[in-house]
Design a protein around this ligand. Structure first.
Ligand code: ATP
Ligand code: MG
Length: 420
């Protein structure tokens, strides 16, 4: 049996890198006092079609949608914002003052699998609700910058744009339709379809042959309303004050329909075509669309697989799963007594990485396994040691010889060895 195409296993050797990534991201988010929220992987299909937008790629062709046994249409979440908003509304949190939350977990999109593009992938997202002013947009961008810094990633750049208000976007939409209709012969088939359904999406096309046409399109920024322009200018001032570099990309639109005003992407050129590691923006109408009272929102989601690709593997990662001590036992009494001993050591020494040999065998074969495990010391227990109430300690990585320690001195001796 094989895993479903586009869905990957994380094997034990890769898990420490994932843990370092997740731990770093979480501790930065917590330092900004964002609180964790968890919500189901499956939601009603309607939640996504209403929020992400019926004309988007995600809703049109990427969702894993099925009918359950009651005939209800359900979808594996393709992103987190919709479920997050649904949960906050349902539990009455969204209208009880500003909320800053984060989530993480698997997302599902039926895309063509390639490097940096899976059908199950993982995101960490952060969202802030109830704040209209651009200080919160700036904070979210600063959170990202701090995360890259903490992970040692220094070759990402920030692209920034403002989509303006929804009504300004309607005006721009007309300008864009006019421009694209004049160049209809240069549109690919996707874009011809989108010209009717969702023309702004054309700006987001990944087709290299479309890029010249796109770069000649009218600029969104020229069409935005005065209030949004002011919002954008304050945001830029905050980023400048914090020495965050960015590039204005007037053709940056996002793959989801719910954005207005600020949109941004963090991009690297080290990952080929899948260069966006994080994307976000403002979505002031989303809460109302999902059924809550109008509440502004802004957030981002980062793709963990792509970020992992950019991280240098740290030595501590290799070491985190390696035992320091490997306990071997031969003889019925030794197995029983050894099990008690190992449990007592774990009680008394939290954090001790002790592998207990299971499965029997001769001392010789057990010690071979101890060596292979990467442990630094073997703790050896035979019936003779049980009778004497002692343990033999054998250094596995240095030449010094094996020695005997009485059980009541063992914790002290292990503490000394761990401090070496
Ligand atoms: P892309 O333009 O690469 O398709 P998107 O605009 O669809 O991305 P978002 O929905 O904004 O992406 O998701 C935020 C981030 O999640 C992306 O920047 C990317 O890092 C990651 N991501 C999105 N889709 C995938 C996928 N299929 N596989 C791996 N990572 C993904
Ligand atoms: Mg996409």
């Amino acid at each position: 049996m094989q895993a479903v195409r586009g869905m990957h296993d994380t094997l034990p050797g890769d898990a420490p890198g994932w843990r370092r990534l997740e731990h770093t991201v979480q501790s930065v988010l917590r330092s900004y006092c964002y609180r964790e929220i968890r919500f189901p992987i499956i939601e009603k299909t309607e939640l996504f079609s209403r929020s992400i937008g019926a004309g988007t790629d995600i809703v049109n062709k990427e969702m894993y949608t099925f009918q359950d046994r009651n005939g209800e249409f359900l979808t594996l979440r393709p992103e987190g914002t919709a479920g997050c908003v649904r949960a906050l509304i349902q539990h009455g949190l969204i209208h009880s003052g500003p909320q800053k939350v984060w989530y993480q977990g698997p997302m599902f999109r039926h895309e063509r699998p390639q490097k940096g593009r899976q059908r199950q992938f993982h995101q960490v997202g952060a969202e802030a609700f109830g704040i209209e002013s651009p200080d919160i947009d700036a904070e979210l961008i600063l959170v990202c910058a701090r995360i890259w810094n903490a992970l040692g990633i220094n070759d990402v750049c920030l692209e920034l744009n403002s989509l303006g208000s929804y009504s300004a976007r309607q005006h721009y939409r007309n300008l864009l339709i006019e421009y694209l209709s004049d160049h209809r012969d240069q549109l690919d088939s996707d874009s011809v379809r989108r010209l009717e359904t969702n023309p702004l999406r054309i700006l987001d096309s990944k087709n290299p042959e479309m890029q010249t046409l796109i770069s000649g399109a009218p600029s969104l920024l020229d069409s935005i309303d005065d209030e949004s322009a002011e919002h954008f200018s304050v945001l830029r001032g905050l980023l400048d004050a914090n020495s965050v570099d960015y590039e204005i990309n007037p053709r940056l639109v996002r793959g989801l329909d719910y954005y207005n005003r600020t949109v941004f992407e963090w991009i690297t050129d080290r990952l080929g075509a899948q260069g966006t590691i994080c994307a976000g923006g403002r979505y002031d109408d989303l809460v109302a669309q999902v059924g809550g009272k109008p509440t502004p929102g802004v957030g981002f989601a980062m793709g963990l697989e792509r970020i992992l690709e950019l991280m240098e593997p740290g030595q501590e990662e290799q070491d985190t799963d390696t035992p320091r001590f490997y306990q071997v036992m031969a003889g019925a009494e030794a197995v029983k007594s050894g099990s008690l001993l190992a449990e007592r050591l774990r009680d008394e020494m939290p954090g001790l990485k002790l592998m207990l040999h299971c499965g029997g065998g001769s001392f010789k074969s057990q010690l071979r396994k101890a060596d292979k495990s990467g442990a630094e010391y073997a703790l050896i227990l035979g019936d003779e040691e049980v009778a004497k109430n002692t343990v033999q300690i054998k250094p596995l990585r240095k030449d010094s010889g094996q020695y005997e320690v009485s059980r009541d001195k063992l914790v002290d001796e292990i503490t000394r060895l761990m401090g070496e």
